[in-house]
Design a binder for this molecule. Sequence first.
Ligand SMILES: *[C@@H]1O[C@H](CO)[C@@H](O)[C@H](O)[C@H]1NC(C)=O
Ligand SMILES: *[C@@H]1O[C@H](CO)[C@@H](O)[C@H](O)[C@H]1NC(C)=O
Ligand SMILES: *[C@@H]1O[C@H](CO)[C@@H](O)[C@H](O)[C@H]1NC(C)=O
Ligand SMILES: *[C@@H]1O[C@H](CO)[C@@H](O)[C@H](O)[C@H]1NC(C)=O
Length: 832
Amino acid sequence: MVLLHIFVVAETRSNKIIDHSLLKETSKVSGVVSSSGEINQTRRNITVGDSLFAETTSNNNSSTWVVSPLGHFAFGFLPLEDSNHFLLCIWYAKIPDKTVVWYANGDSPAPKGSKVELIDDDGLVLTAPNGEQLWKTKSLDGKVQQGFLKDNGNFVLLNENHQGAWETFKHPKDTLLPSQTLEKGERLSSRFLESNYSEGRFEMLLQMDGILSIHALNSPSAYANENYYESRTEESNTSSPGTRLVFEPSGYVYVLRKNSEKYNLSTWSGASTDQSYFRATLNFDGVFTLYQHSKSLLGSDGWSAIWSQPDNICLSRLATEGSGVCGFNSVCTLGSNQRPSCQCPKWYSLVDPNDPYGSCKPDFIQGCAEDELIGKEDIAEYDFEMLINTDWPLSDYVLLKPFTEEQCKQSCLEDCMCAVTIYKSGNDCFKKKLPLSNGRVDVGLNGAKTFIKVRKDNSSLVVPQAKVNENSKSSLSLVAWVLFGSSSFLNVMLIAALCMSLFFIFQYKKKHRGIGKSENALETNLRCFGYEELERATNDFQKELGRGSFGVVYEGVINIGSEIPIAVKKLNTLLFQQVEIEFKNELHVIGLTHHKNLVRLIGYCEAEKERLLVYEYMSNGTLASLIFNKVKPEWKLRLEIAFGVARGLAYLHEECITQIIHCDIKPQNILLDEYYNVRISDFGLAKLLKMNQSRTNTAIRGTKGYVALEWFKNMPITAKVDVFSYGVLLLEIICCRRNVEMDLEEEEKGILTDWACDCYSRGTFDPLVKDDKEALDDKRNMKKLMMISLWCIQEDPSLRPTMRKVTQMLEGVVEVQPPPFPSQFSRHSQNP
Ligand SMILES: *[C@@H]1O[C@H](CO)[C@@H](O)[C@H](O)[C@H]1NC(C)=O
Ligand SMILES: *[C@@H]1O[C@H](CO)[C@@H](O)[C@H](O)[C@H]1NC(C)=O
Ligand SMILES: *[C@@H]1O[C@H](CO)[C@@H](O)[C@H](O)[C@H]1NC(C)=O
Ligand SMILES: *[C@@H]1O[C@H](CO)[C@@H](O)[C@H](O)[C@H]1NC(C)=O
């Protein structure tokens, strides 16, 4: 077995080496220049002359200009998906997904280096580096003096008289915040797609007649289609008209009537704001939703929808002038959370592949002119795709009745206008023509059959080469017909289209051949990258995430099907031999694993003199940065993390084909993804053991403070060394401090493991978590974790539980017995 030949050169690491792999370093937010020229990290308010440049920072990509007094909201630039353009916007500053609540320049993304400035006559002015004005505030009231962001998310400009000159709450985009109102004539407009802030397809308006309505807009004239949602707050004999939409701080949303009555948008009427953020957003797909997000973000599930309007947008009122919720020829299906999804029928595809909510076009040639070219006898060229309960209610042009299903299909086949036919109630045959609008799945159709007419050989203008080679005389003749049977202008167009499609097929093949070749180079599921490719992905190794003993880790984005953020570890080739070993080791070890608590290696690069490893990017950095922080993370989250590490290790030890000992478990090597899930990383020092070989002799690996005694005592090394390190780590997670802290006043507390043993012999663990109310409130679990930890750091490896046992103890499947008192010998041995 090849894997066993991998031996790692002895290396004793000192605690000082922070081997953090994909560690995310915090660095200063740059680019904020105040009028006096000083550089500030964040500010509470801005005055005339202040400006901010749009640029990425290694912190979190965002350039923050101002934050609200309690830090709930931030105002500044966030990068758009392409990371080269920026959005001037307001977002929640305390939760990890930077949800945008207001934005300025959705239609004109700001290139890197753009500048926003506060000017007395113009308010906020956003200018591109080439001097082009991208956006500025409109309808200012007076000369502006300063601006600040309130804790409710409202950015306010004040004039010389210290009165409001302009505020974002009066110019909402797609989101309302608690304490914000929508007055008559005011509107929300959706963005185009979740991460495309251009003008969207839907609008919510408090009409002058007091009705709150939502409707689609027909681009680009913005003509409003029929409302698909309306509040019943019209003026009439029996009802008082609506005057404004109110969003109370409790999250309660209603239309206030003239007679002070409230018209509820939902039966839900609010909750405590101390615990939660609320926002009401007109989503890009036309659904107006109230969202809630826990303010204690750690362990939170993100935004959850409390209610939405309308209940089923797919079945809402039909739009005679537009395409409906989805594009033309598309079908709307209601997903979870009352949100629609749009799908093209089979043999139809998106007109704009980047817009899944847009229109679909047939992939085949269809129409009366084409049918005529082919000739009547070729009607057999068509076939039907059948769907159930799918309808485009406004696209009928003929109703045949009474009719049988067979007659219905035949009639559509013979009719060059017919694109779809629906057969209902065993009697009714509706023929429909293109473009089909308001497509929907509706169980209310009671099993109606929808037949979509498609060309049998699905030949289209883009003739796949394979088809031509195989046999299909008909598709060739079709092309010939179309080419020679139409005008010369059309011919030119068609030939151009053919050439282009051949070109693309060629390009596609070329590209795919490349991938095929590299993929079978090494591990089966790992990808082999070219050096230049990674150079591009990391923008020439620009943004450093951290450094380890073997190399530097950089941030990047790579496009493999879709764009994914990556962390690239560039091994230091000056230490070439060691690097080669670390490289091979990491590749082989991670290549063998697949577990949700282990970091995933995406691929590698083996260039002449360079060795690189490509991992998925972990946005929340290392466990070390989380727990060795002034603010203790929530107790519940810490428990989750302790579980996660244990599960990951149990998997490495027991569930892989080859047992894997990590050998370097410490908080710097535990990474956290965007949801704070644990991902164990840095397998450079790991050892592989065959199933029947459970011990090994080897030189010392790992990091002082976390290494077990057997390394020093020339004892066989087993998976129990990881158990020891886990014990130390667990104590650190419970206490949120480093195992070894030399500069403490009380020397007895200098080494956490020793102090924990002392506490244990004195019968109480409380001093260890003295200031940690959450831990003290959960004493039973706290004690359990302490005891598990003490079991793990037993001097005698055979006394330490297996990681499997540890997970069972954590889960409460196995009772935790009181551990033996660690002997004097084992203590202090960690302390040279
Ligand atoms: C804005 O900040 C300056 C100094 O940072 C302070 O003197 C001033 O009172 C602040 N203005 C407001 C409205 O908070
Ligand atoms: C930084 O930008 C990249 C590329 O746009 C993105 O994938 C990544 O998630 C961003 N990081 C943070 C912390 O927002
Ligand atoms: C957003 O969508 C609009 C409309 O399709 C498109 O013109 C624009 O390029 C898109 N913007 C981005 C950043 O993709
Ligand atoms: C259409 O073409 C694809 C291959 O491009 C083939 O797999 C499929 O069977 C064809 N469909 C019909 C209806 O001929």
